[in-house]
Design a protein around this ligand. Structure first.
Ligand code: COA
Ligand code: MG
Length: 286
Protein backbone atom coordinates (compact mmCIF):
# COMPACT_ATOMS: atom_id res chain seq x y z
CA UNK A 1 0.00 0.00 0.00
CA UNK A 2 2.05 2.80 -1.35
CA UNK A 3 -0.40 5.70 -1.03
CA UNK A 4 -3.75 6.00 0.72
CA UNK A 5 -5.81 9.18 0.28
CA UNK A 6 -8.30 10.28 2.92
CA UNK A 7 -11.59 11.36 1.42
CA UNK A 8 -14.27 12.74 3.76
CA UNK A 9 -17.11 10.31 3.07
CA UNK A 10 -19.67 13.12 2.92
CA UNK A 11 -18.03 14.75 -0.12
CA UNK A 12 -19.05 13.37 -3.47
CA UNK A 13 -16.77 15.84 -5.23
CA UNK A 14 -13.68 14.69 -3.32
CA UNK A 15 -14.58 11.08 -3.92
CA UNK A 16 -14.64 11.72 -7.67
CA UNK A 17 -11.33 13.60 -7.48
CA UNK A 18 -9.83 10.89 -5.31
CA UNK A 19 -10.59 8.21 -7.85
CA UNK A 20 -8.49 10.13 -10.41
CA UNK A 21 -5.67 10.99 -8.02
CA UNK A 22 -3.30 8.07 -8.60
CA UNK A 23 -3.69 6.80 -5.02
CA UNK A 24 -3.29 3.06 -4.42
CA UNK A 25 -6.32 3.30 -2.15
CA UNK A 26 -8.93 5.76 -0.91
CA UNK A 27 -9.94 5.93 2.74
CA UNK A 28 -13.59 6.88 2.96
CA UNK A 29 -13.50 8.72 6.27
CA UNK A 30 -16.39 8.51 8.70
CA UNK A 31 -14.39 9.81 11.66
CA UNK A 32 -12.53 13.09 12.21
CA UNK A 33 -13.18 14.78 8.87
CA UNK A 34 -16.97 14.35 9.13
CA UNK A 35 -19.06 16.45 11.52
CA UNK A 36 -21.14 14.27 13.87
CA UNK A 37 -24.46 15.49 12.50
CA UNK A 38 -23.36 14.52 8.98
CA UNK A 39 -22.41 10.96 9.86
CA UNK A 40 -25.70 9.27 8.92
CA UNK A 41 -25.48 10.84 5.45
CA UNK A 42 -21.74 10.08 5.20
CA UNK A 43 -22.45 6.39 5.93
CA UNK A 44 -24.98 6.27 3.09
CA UNK A 45 -22.52 7.97 0.77
CA UNK A 46 -19.71 5.58 1.73
CA UNK A 47 -22.02 2.65 1.08
CA UNK A 48 -22.92 4.10 -2.34
CA UNK A 49 -19.23 4.70 -3.17
CA UNK A 50 -18.56 1.01 -2.57
CA UNK A 51 -20.90 0.22 -5.48
CA UNK A 52 -18.53 2.12 -7.81
CA UNK A 53 -15.17 1.10 -9.31
CA UNK A 54 -12.83 -0.75 -6.96
CA UNK A 55 -9.58 0.58 -8.35
CA UNK A 56 -8.19 2.36 -6.42
CA UNK A 57 -8.96 0.10 -3.46
CA UNK A 58 -11.69 1.40 -1.15
CA UNK A 59 -11.05 1.41 2.59
CA UNK A 60 -13.26 2.89 5.30
CA UNK A 61 -12.11 4.67 8.44
CA UNK A 62 -14.69 3.95 11.10
CA UNK A 63 -15.07 5.63 14.48
CA UNK A 64 -13.28 4.36 17.61
CA UNK A 65 -14.46 0.88 18.52
CA UNK A 66 -15.74 1.75 22.00
CA UNK A 67 -18.57 3.99 20.78
CA UNK A 68 -21.89 3.27 19.10
CA UNK A 69 -20.77 5.09 15.98
CA UNK A 70 -18.34 2.29 15.12
CA UNK A 71 -21.16 -0.25 15.02
CA UNK A 72 -23.34 2.03 12.92
CA UNK A 73 -20.38 2.59 10.56
CA UNK A 74 -19.72 -1.12 10.17
CA UNK A 75 -23.38 -2.02 9.73
CA UNK A 76 -23.66 0.61 6.99
CA UNK A 77 -20.56 -0.24 4.96
CA UNK A 78 -20.02 -3.99 5.29
CA UNK A 79 -22.74 -4.91 2.78
CA UNK A 80 -20.55 -3.03 0.26
CA UNK A 81 -17.57 -5.32 0.99
CA UNK A 82 -14.83 -2.72 1.53
CA UNK A 83 -11.25 -3.81 0.95
CA UNK A 84 -10.57 -3.00 4.57
CA UNK A 85 -11.19 -0.87 7.64
CA UNK A 86 -8.95 1.67 9.37
CA UNK A 87 -9.40 1.65 13.13
CA UNK A 88 -8.49 4.92 14.89
CA UNK A 89 -7.44 5.31 18.56
CA UNK A 90 -6.63 1.62 18.41
CA UNK A 91 -5.25 -0.72 21.09
CA UNK A 92 -4.68 -4.47 20.62
CA UNK A 93 -7.93 -5.14 22.55
CA UNK A 94 -9.82 -2.87 20.14
CA UNK A 95 -8.40 -4.84 17.22
CA UNK A 96 -9.66 -8.10 18.79
CA UNK A 97 -13.12 -6.59 19.12
CA UNK A 98 -13.13 -5.34 15.54
CA UNK A 99 -11.95 -8.74 14.36
CA UNK A 100 -14.99 -10.36 16.02
CA UNK A 101 -17.43 -7.79 14.62
CA UNK A 102 -16.00 -8.23 11.13
CA UNK A 103 -16.19 -12.03 11.34
CA UNK A 104 -19.89 -11.79 12.21
CA UNK A 105 -20.60 -9.27 9.45
CA UNK A 106 -18.64 -11.30 6.89
CA UNK A 107 -20.85 -14.31 7.59
CA UNK A 108 -23.96 -12.15 7.30
CA UNK A 109 -22.92 -10.62 3.97
CA UNK A 110 -21.42 -13.69 2.32
CA UNK A 111 -17.85 -12.38 2.48
CA UNK A 112 -14.98 -14.86 2.90
CA UNK A 113 -13.69 -14.93 6.49
CA UNK A 114 -10.77 -12.52 6.97
CA UNK A 115 -11.20 -11.01 3.49
CA UNK A 116 -11.76 -7.60 5.14
CA UNK A 117 -8.33 -6.23 6.03
CA UNK A 118 -7.56 -3.86 8.90
CA UNK A 119 -5.06 -1.04 9.29
CA UNK A 120 -4.63 -0.04 12.92
CA UNK A 121 -3.94 3.62 13.72
CA UNK A 122 -2.01 2.60 16.75
CA UNK A 123 -0.45 5.68 18.38
CA UNK A 124 -3.37 8.02 19.00
CA UNK A 125 -3.58 7.39 22.76
CA UNK A 126 -0.93 6.94 25.44
CA UNK A 127 -2.31 3.47 26.21
CA UNK A 128 -2.05 2.55 22.53
CA UNK A 129 1.57 3.71 22.32
CA UNK A 130 2.62 1.53 25.26
CA UNK A 131 1.12 -1.56 23.60
CA UNK A 132 2.62 -1.19 20.13
CA UNK A 133 4.53 -4.44 20.57
CA UNK A 134 1.38 -6.54 21.05
CA UNK A 135 -0.15 -6.66 17.58
CA UNK A 136 1.39 -9.96 16.47
CA UNK A 137 -0.86 -13.00 16.19
CA UNK A 138 -4.17 -11.23 16.89
CA UNK A 139 -5.74 -11.66 13.47
CA UNK A 140 -4.64 -12.37 9.90
CA UNK A 141 -6.73 -9.36 8.87
CA UNK A 142 -4.12 -6.97 10.17
CA UNK A 143 -2.39 -5.59 7.07
CA UNK A 144 -0.51 -2.64 8.52
CA UNK A 145 0.10 -0.36 11.45
CA UNK A 146 0.07 3.37 11.00
CA UNK A 147 0.45 6.27 13.36
CA UNK A 148 -1.07 9.67 13.95
CA UNK A 149 0.48 12.79 15.43
CA UNK A 150 -2.60 14.99 15.70
CA UNK A 151 -4.81 13.15 18.18
CA UNK A 152 -1.94 12.27 20.51
CA UNK A 153 -0.82 15.92 20.47
CA UNK A 154 -4.35 16.98 21.40
CA UNK A 155 -4.51 14.48 24.27
CA UNK A 156 -1.10 15.56 25.56
CA UNK A 157 -1.76 19.26 25.10
CA UNK A 158 1.42 19.22 23.02
CA UNK A 159 2.59 20.73 19.75
CA UNK A 160 3.77 17.90 17.54
CA UNK A 161 6.42 19.81 15.57
CA UNK A 162 9.32 21.96 16.65
CA UNK A 163 9.52 25.54 15.32
CA UNK A 164 11.79 24.27 12.49
CA UNK A 165 9.03 21.92 11.32
CA UNK A 166 10.65 18.68 12.48
CA UNK A 167 8.55 16.37 14.65
CA UNK A 168 9.34 16.83 18.32
CA UNK A 169 10.77 13.99 20.43
CA UNK A 170 7.51 12.36 21.55
CA UNK A 171 6.29 12.09 17.98
CA UNK A 172 9.60 10.84 16.60
CA UNK A 173 9.49 8.20 19.31
CA UNK A 174 6.00 6.96 18.45
CA UNK A 175 6.82 7.02 14.75
CA UNK A 176 9.82 4.76 15.38
CA UNK A 177 7.78 2.49 17.67
CA UNK A 178 5.14 2.17 14.95
CA UNK A 179 7.69 0.83 12.45
CA UNK A 180 9.20 -1.51 15.02
CA UNK A 181 5.76 -2.70 16.18
CA UNK A 182 4.77 -3.43 12.60
CA UNK A 183 7.90 -5.48 12.08
CA UNK A 184 7.23 -7.40 15.30
CA UNK A 185 3.69 -8.13 14.08
CA UNK A 186 4.86 -9.08 10.58
CA UNK A 187 2.83 -6.36 8.86
CA UNK A 188 3.59 -3.22 6.86
CA UNK A 189 4.13 0.20 8.42
CA UNK A 190 2.43 3.13 6.71
CA UNK A 191 3.53 6.68 7.46
CA UNK A 192 1.08 9.27 8.71
CA UNK A 193 -0.32 12.25 6.80
CA UNK A 194 1.52 15.48 6.05
CA UNK A 195 -0.94 18.21 6.95
CA UNK A 196 0.82 21.16 5.22
CA UNK A 197 -0.66 20.23 1.85
CA UNK A 198 0.63 23.22 -0.13
CA UNK A 199 4.24 22.48 0.87
CA UNK A 200 5.49 20.01 -1.71
CA UNK A 201 9.18 20.30 -0.76
CA UNK A 202 8.34 19.56 2.88
CA UNK A 203 6.25 16.56 1.84
CA UNK A 204 9.04 15.17 -0.33
CA UNK A 205 11.51 15.51 2.53
CA UNK A 206 9.15 13.77 4.91
CA UNK A 207 8.54 10.95 2.40
CA UNK A 208 12.28 10.34 2.20
CA UNK A 209 12.53 10.31 5.98
CA UNK A 210 9.65 7.82 6.09
CA UNK A 211 11.32 5.55 3.58
CA UNK A 212 14.59 5.62 5.47
CA UNK A 213 12.69 4.68 8.63
CA UNK A 214 11.16 1.61 6.94
CA UNK A 215 7.63 2.75 6.06
CA UNK A 216 6.36 1.21 2.82
CA UNK A 217 3.78 3.88 2.03
CA UNK A 218 2.19 7.07 3.27
CA UNK A 219 -1.29 8.41 3.81
CA UNK A 220 -2.39 11.61 2.05
CA UNK A 221 -5.04 14.25 2.62
CA UNK A 222 -4.94 16.08 -0.72
CA UNK A 223 -4.72 14.86 -4.34
CA UNK A 224 -1.61 17.00 -4.95
CA UNK A 225 0.26 14.79 -2.48
CA UNK A 226 -0.07 11.57 -4.49
CA UNK A 227 2.65 12.09 -7.08
CA UNK A 228 5.35 12.90 -4.53
CA UNK A 229 4.26 9.97 -2.33
CA UNK A 230 4.06 7.46 -5.18
CA UNK A 231 7.46 8.53 -6.45
CA UNK A 232 9.12 8.42 -3.06
CA UNK A 233 7.74 5.01 -2.14
CA UNK A 234 8.68 3.31 -5.41
CA UNK A 235 12.15 1.79 -5.54
CA UNK A 236 14.51 4.11 -7.44
CA UNK A 237 17.10 2.98 -10.00
CA UNK A 238 20.03 3.41 -7.66
CA UNK A 239 18.46 1.22 -4.98
CA UNK A 240 17.39 -1.40 -7.49
CA UNK A 241 20.87 -1.62 -8.96
CA UNK A 242 22.35 -1.96 -5.48
CA UNK A 243 19.79 -4.64 -4.53
CA UNK A 244 20.38 -6.64 -7.70
CA UNK A 245 24.14 -6.42 -7.22
CA UNK A 246 23.91 -7.65 -3.63
CA UNK A 247 21.65 -10.59 -4.58
CA UNK A 248 23.93 -11.46 -7.49
CA UNK A 249 27.05 -11.26 -5.32
CA UNK A 250 25.61 -13.71 -2.77
CA UNK A 251 24.30 -16.00 -5.53
CA UNK A 252 27.82 -16.13 -6.99
CA UNK A 253 29.30 -16.79 -3.52
CA UNK A 254 26.71 -18.98 -1.80
CA UNK A 255 29.02 -19.92 1.07
CA UNK A 256 30.13 -16.37 1.86
CA UNK A 257 28.93 -14.68 5.02
CA UNK A 258 30.30 -11.33 3.99
CA UNK A 259 31.45 -9.88 0.68
CA UNK A 260 33.19 -6.70 -0.46
CA UNK A 261 31.03 -4.90 -3.02
CA UNK A 262 32.10 -1.62 -4.64
CA UNK A 263 34.44 -0.98 -1.74
CA UNK A 264 31.84 -1.61 0.98
CA UNK A 265 31.14 -4.57 3.21
CA UNK A 266 27.85 -6.37 2.63
CA UNK A 267 26.66 -9.24 4.79
CA UNK A 268 23.44 -11.16 5.46
CA UNK A 269 21.33 -8.22 6.72
CA UNK A 270 22.15 -6.39 3.48
CA UNK A 271 20.97 -9.43 1.53
CA UNK A 272 17.68 -9.38 3.47
CA UNK A 273 17.28 -5.66 2.73
CA UNK A 274 18.10 -6.20 -0.96
CA UNK A 275 15.51 -8.96 -1.22
CA UNK A 276 12.93 -6.70 0.45
CA UNK A 277 13.61 -3.93 -2.06
CA UNK A 278 13.19 -6.33 -4.98
CA UNK A 279 10.01 -7.87 -3.55
CA UNK A 280 8.59 -4.38 -3.07
CA UNK A 281 9.21 -3.77 -6.74
CA UNK A 282 7.01 -6.78 -7.45
CA UNK A 283 4.27 -5.09 -5.44
CA UNK A 284 4.80 -1.58 -6.82
CA UNK A 285 1.50 0.11 -7.50
CA UNK A 286 -0.27 -1.68 -4.68
N1 COA B 1 -9.69 13.92 -1.70
C1 COA B 1 -10.17 14.19 -2.93
N2 COA B 1 -10.24 15.43 -3.46
C2 COA B 1 -9.77 16.44 -2.70
C3 COA B 1 -9.24 16.21 -1.42
C4 COA B 1 -9.23 14.89 -0.92
N3 COA B 1 -8.76 14.60 0.31
N4 COA B 1 -8.84 17.39 -0.91
C5 COA B 1 -9.10 18.32 -1.86
N5 COA B 1 -9.67 17.76 -2.92
C6 COA B 1 -10.10 18.41 -4.16
C7 COA B 1 -11.02 19.58 -3.85
O1 COA B 1 -12.35 19.14 -3.80
C8 COA B 1 -10.75 20.49 -5.00
O2 COA B 1 -11.48 20.05 -6.12
P1 COA B 1 -12.45 21.08 -6.90
O3 COA B 1 -11.60 22.25 -7.23
O4 COA B 1 -12.88 20.29 -8.09
O5 COA B 1 -13.53 21.37 -5.93
C9 COA B 1 -9.29 20.25 -5.32
O6 COA B 1 -8.98 18.98 -4.77
C10 COA B 1 -8.39 21.27 -4.75
O7 COA B 1 -8.65 21.40 -3.38
P2 COA B 1 -8.10 22.66 -2.56
O8 COA B 1 -8.91 23.85 -2.86
O9 COA B 1 -6.64 22.74 -2.79
O10 COA B 1 -8.30 22.21 -1.07
P3 COA B 1 -9.56 22.49 -0.16
O11 COA B 1 -9.34 23.78 0.57
O12 COA B 1 -10.82 22.35 -0.95
O13 COA B 1 -9.52 21.31 0.87
C11 COA B 1 -8.92 20.09 2.80
C12 COA B 1 -8.54 21.24 1.87
C13 COA B 1 -7.81 19.89 3.80
C14 COA B 1 -10.21 20.43 3.53
C15 COA B 1 -9.11 18.82 1.94
O14 COA B 1 -7.91 18.58 1.27
C16 COA B 1 -9.57 17.60 2.67
O15 COA B 1 -10.75 17.45 2.94
N6 COA B 1 -8.66 16.66 2.98
C17 COA B 1 -9.00 15.43 3.65
C18 COA B 1 -9.18 15.68 5.12
C19 COA B 1 -9.35 14.39 5.87
O16 COA B 1 -9.91 13.44 5.39
N7 COA B 1 -8.86 14.36 7.12
C20 COA B 1 -8.93 13.19 7.91
C21 COA B 1 -7.66 12.46 7.94
S1 COA B 1 -6.40 13.31 8.76
MG1 MG C 1 -7.78 11.70 14.13
Amino acid sequence: MRSLLFVPADSERKLAKGRESGASGLILDLEDSVAAHNRPEARKMARAALEGPRTPELWVRINPIAGDDALLDLAAVMPGKPCGVLLPKCTPDDLRRLDDYLSALEVEHGIARFATKVIAIATETGAGVFRLGEYGGITPRLAALTWGAEDLAALLGATNRRPDGVYDDTFRLVRALCVIGAQAAGVEAIDTIYADFRNEAGLREECQAGRRAGFTGKMAIHPAQLDPINEAFSPNEEELTWARDVVAAFAANPNAGTIGLAGKMVDRPHLVLAQRILSRLGRAGT
